[in-house]
Design a protein around this ligand. Structure first.
Ligand code: ATP
Ligand code: MG
Length: 333
């Protein structure tokens, strides 16, 4: 727009200048001088618009960054990382003692008085209706949010006392809302790791049953996801997120409804693979009995509280929510 105005003003200068020249009121030199001055003003005038736009964009971005930095949970963990004990691995067990959590923007408690003990190397499932608090418990376990009251212990060490920045290296978390970047499948799986053996990438992709699908894309692992690339199905996204998590060889894997869009046959293959991994503790949420029945320990949640606990076989015999879920899923079959 500015360039158009500048061009237009030069045309006007030549036109009116020409008329005045014909009348002998100005000289050719004066017209030329005028055009040069107009050109010299072009860049500063253009840059005013450009700088204003950059400032506005930066202000919008800063607002978003501030939103993130002001999140209470994030600052708590960030500040708490300094001068705290470092435990690099957890050896035996995880405990929650009287844990409650209320989201900062809500006046309702999401989970309350949660108590449990989990032994290392087990697969533990949380089940419950929508909004019963499954994801909240998993986020606390993964160190994404801090309990509003009560404590989380790894090997009898309170999570308030150790350095989460370092401890998080033990944990891989697959969120219920998977986020993939508009980038290649490879970069989405590597996600920040740069030196990864190609054979390891192939092996993990095969173990989470996504390799064949990746190979079927024109550019394989280099296929771009999202805008201008392939659109992945929910189940494909979940398996890519799982491959991303497993590539980190975590001690502790947190899966929030991470296989909900995967068919039951593939789900079974994946869970059998996860069970074959040694030294890994898995905490998951699911409403599928096929997956829950593979867990060593199950917690049933209702309105933010644990109402039942046991193995699949114990719980289907016990009158309660789990039995209802079992009967409903059997009837649907
Ligand atoms: N970011 C949030 N801000 C405010 N309230 C939240 C937030 N996330 C969850 N809640 C509330 O906390 C409670 C527990 O939610 P949570 O996501 O843990 O349930 P869930 O069992 O995982 O449900 P779903 O089966 O739908 O995934 C719900 O009442 C929900 O409305
Ligand atoms: Mg959830």
């Amino acid at each position: 727009m500015v360039l158009f105005l500048v061009g237009f003003s030069i045309l006007l200068t030549i036109y009116f200048g020409g008329l005045l020249l014909a009348e002998g009121k100005v000289t050719v030199g004066e017209i030329t001088e005028f055009i040069i001055y107009v050109n010299m003003l072009t860049w500063p005038a253009t840059s005013i618009g450009w700088v204003t736009e950059v400032i506005q964009r930066a202000a919008a971005s800063q607002t978003r960054i501030n939103e993130f930095l002001n999140k209470k949970d994030f600052t708590t963990y960030y500040l708490s990382s300094k001068n705290k004990n470092s435990i690099y691995k957890f050896e035996n067990s995880i405990d929650m003692v009287d844990v409650s959590y209320r989201y900062t923007n809500s006046n309702k408690v999401a989970v309350h008085s949660i108590n449990f003990h989990i032994e290392k190397n087990n697969i533990v499932g949380f089940v419950g209706h929508v909004g019963s608090g499954k994801s909240t418990i998993l986020k606390i376990l993964a160190g994404l949010i801090t309990p509003s009251s009560g404590s989380l212990f790894f090997d009898n060490q309170s999570s308030n006392n150790f350095n989460w920045d370092e401890f998080r290296n033990n944990i891989a978390y697959v969120s219920q809302n998977i986020f993939l970047f508009s980038d290649s499948i490879r970069n989405n799986i590597l996600f920040g790791l740069d030196a990864v053996d190609e054979s390891k990438l192939l092996k993990i992709s095969k173990n989470v049953s996504i390799l064949e699908e990746i190979k079927s894309f024109n550019q394989g692992f280099d296929t771009h996801i999202g805008e201008g690339g392939v659109t992945l199905s929910g189940g494909q996204k979940q398996r890519i997120a799982l491959a991303r998590a497993l590539l980190r060889e975590p001690e502790f894997l947190v899966l929030d409804d991470a296989l909900s869009n995967v068919d039951s046959e593939t789900e079974l293959r994946i869970i059998n693979y996860l069970k074959s991994l040694r030294g890994i503790t898995i905490i998951l949420t699911s409403n599928r009995l096929s997956l829950l029945s593979q867990c060593n320990q199950i917690f049933v949640l209702k309105s933010g509280e644990i109402i039942q606990e046991g193995t699949h076989l114990d719980l289907i015999k016990e009158f309660g929510e789990y039995q209802k879920l079992f009967i409903n899923q059997m009837l649907l079959k």
